[in-house]
Design a protein around this ligand. Structure first.
Ligand code: DCC
Length: 162
């Protein structure tokens, strides 16, 4: 059996992408708020899966600028629905944390509106729309320009004692 070089089959790293925010957005340091555990979406900022940066606008709403790399593929050339859902889970849950609610996500409802081409930079915008008892509802959408790729409704449940 011939030896396999470590390079064989390895996918090359995609070039840098521009994840800068809109005018007036301020970078948001998620790990300083929730710790370093958000590795699934945010863990490889220079890798080929997701690259994401979080910002808050002047009204303190959370925005994610995110690139879907080749490793998020589902349908040929397009992002997997689970990849889109993972991003919405993290971004909308984080929006609740950023608004002062220590939560986990109890229910996440995603509508996939348009197939998302790979290697595209998109934005997730979010709004905390209600907070009653332990239930915090966050709405969001993943879009680029006029194209809306997904919309989400995220029921977050606050964690007692945090
Ligand atoms: C730690 C650092 C993290 C730091 C991480 C921060 C990053 C956030 C971004 C990542 C987000 C995630 O992926 S989080 C990971 C994915 N999520 C999870 O694994 C959560 C798994 N589920 C759970 O742990 C649990 O079910 C909880 C905590 C959500 C709720 O359990 P509980 O604490 O026993 O509370 P429970 O009494 O059941 O529910 C409280 C109230 O919420 C309602 N409720 C609960 N779940 C639902 C639901 N799915 N749909 C409708 N309503 C619900 C109940 O009816 C009740 O209403 P009422 O009777 O009061 O009216």
């Amino acid at each position: 059996m011939s030896e396999t070089s470590p390079q064989q089959g390895a996918e090359s790293i995609c070039p840098p992408v521009d994840l800068s925010g809109d005018a007036g957005w301020v970078p948001f340091d998620a790990p300083s708020l929730v710790g370093e555990s958000l590795r699934f979406v945010s863990g490889e900022p220079d890798g080929n899966r997701f690259r994401v940066r979080y910002y808050r606008d002047s009204e303190q709403h959370l925005h994610a600028r995110i690139w879907f790399g080749p490793e998020t593929e589902g349908p040929p050339g397009h992002a997997h629905g689970g990849a889109v859902s993972a991003v919405m889970d993290e971004a909308l849950g984080l929006a609740a944390w950023a608004a002062g609610y220590p939560i986990v996500v109890g229910n996440l409802n995603i509508s996939f509106r348009t197939m998302l081409p790979l290697q595209k930079v998109v934005t997730v915008e979010s709004r905390v729309v209600s907070a009653q008892g332990r239930k915090v509802m966050v709405h969001g959408r993943l879009f680029c320009g006029d194209a809306v790729y997904a919309e989400g409704e995220c029921l977050c449940i606050t964690l007692p004692g945090r």
